[in-house]
Design a protein around this ligand. Structure first.
Ligand code: RIB
Ligand code: CA
Length: 323
């Protein structure tokens, strides 16, 4: 059965590949894209989402612009510093994990006038169909919608989140980027009562794409395969210099993995049902706090993914971008 989804994205590099995969995937119907500020400002993540859809010639997928800033952190308290900021230089060229604007033509399609938060509330109060949210940016839009309209939590089929980390972190000593960007929002969503699958770095790091696989993607020759290869290569340079994985010359494309999982659940091979809370303040900002008490555990609030079938993910990307 085709799964209807809404993507909540801070489009950047891996969100772009996720959007391309969603549009090309026959098992998925992309109902809408909601942009949030995170990897870049919401003006840029909205424009970047539109650029990807326009470049693919994808018609009729509305893009809603949402919240730009995290809920409280910039105003209220000390912020844990981000670990990796400077660009990486390879062959005289600068690479960042995410460019401000994607290297695609400016969008010709306009975003919707309605904002993403009121779209969510209106949509989930009126739809009778099961619709999944695939969230791959900070959870600010969803936290606002669920705070204003807690009744929609039970109407969302489930929220599949790229975020958090147990042993793996990438933005501070204790946190993954999407949780680090807006810890309060992550906590609000986890405590909302919605059905949640949390796909943290520990899982997405096992779904890396190698340099040879990037070359294979490029050899496919379609726009999507070429652009995915370009973005994954950019990510590989940054990972090599700043966040090396166990295998050299490779990069995870977190958000595309999470999108593909929604279409094919066998891509996640280990899950545990646990209670996760999110830390706030100083070095603990965005820390995924996992209940380890086996004798008297708190009621689980999510399925926490541990391991991916990376070959199946890679093959799925090849398949989706070949036509
Ligand atoms: O930590 C990985 C996440 O942060 C991904 O969603 C990536 O796009 C960045 O925003
Ligand atoms: Ca993202």
């Amino acid at each position: 059965m085709v799964k209807k989804i809404i993507m909540d994205v801070d489009t950047g590099s891996d969100d772009s590949i996720a959007i391309m995969a969603a549009v090309r995937c026959p098992e998925i119907e992309l109902v809408a894209v909601c942009a949030v500020g995170g990897a870049r400002t919401v003006a840029n993540t909205t424009e970047n989402s539109l650029r990807v859809l326009d470049a693919m010639g994808a018609k009729g997928i509305p893009v809603y612009s949402g919240c730009n800033s995290n809920l409280v952190r910039n105003f209220a308290r000390h912020r844990a510093p981000r670990r990796f900021t400077p660009p990486v230089i390879v062959n005289g060229r600068e690479y960042r994990m995410h460019d401000d604007l994607l290297s695609l033509p400016p969008s010709v399609t306009a975003p919707m006038e309605q904002n993403a938060v009121s779209f969510y509330i209106e949509f989930f109060r009126s739809t009778k169909e099961p619709v999944t949210i695939v969230a791959s940016g900070p959870l600010t839009n969803l936290a606002c919608a669920l705070s204003i309209a807690p009744d929609i939590a039970g109407r969302i089929e489930r929220i599949v989140i790229m975020g958090g980390g147990d042993k793996a972190t990438n933005s501070s000593l204790s946190a993954e980027s999407n949780f680090w960007q807006d810890p309060e929002a992550a906590q609000i969503v986890l405590a909302s009562g919605a059905k949640i699958v949390l796909v943290p770095l520990d899982c997405t790091h096992t779904a890396y794409i190698t340099k040879d696989e990037i070359a294979h993607l490029r050899s496919i020759g379609t726009f999507e395969a070429n652009y995915a290869a370009e973005l994954t290569e950019q990510r590989m340079y940054v990972h090599n210099a700043q966040q090396p994985l166990e295998v050299p010359d490779c990069a995870p494309i977190h958000d595309a993995f999470v999108l593909c999982y929604v279409a094919d659940e066998s891509l996640i091979t280990e899950m545990e049902r646990v209670h996760v809370d999110v830390g706030f303040g100083g070095a603990g900002d965005g820390h995924s706090i996992i209940d380890r008490n086996t004798r008297n555990p708190l009621p689980p609030n999510c399925l926490f993914a541990r391991r991916a079938n990376r070959e199946a993910f890679r093959d799925m990307l090849y398949r989706l971008f070949t036509y």
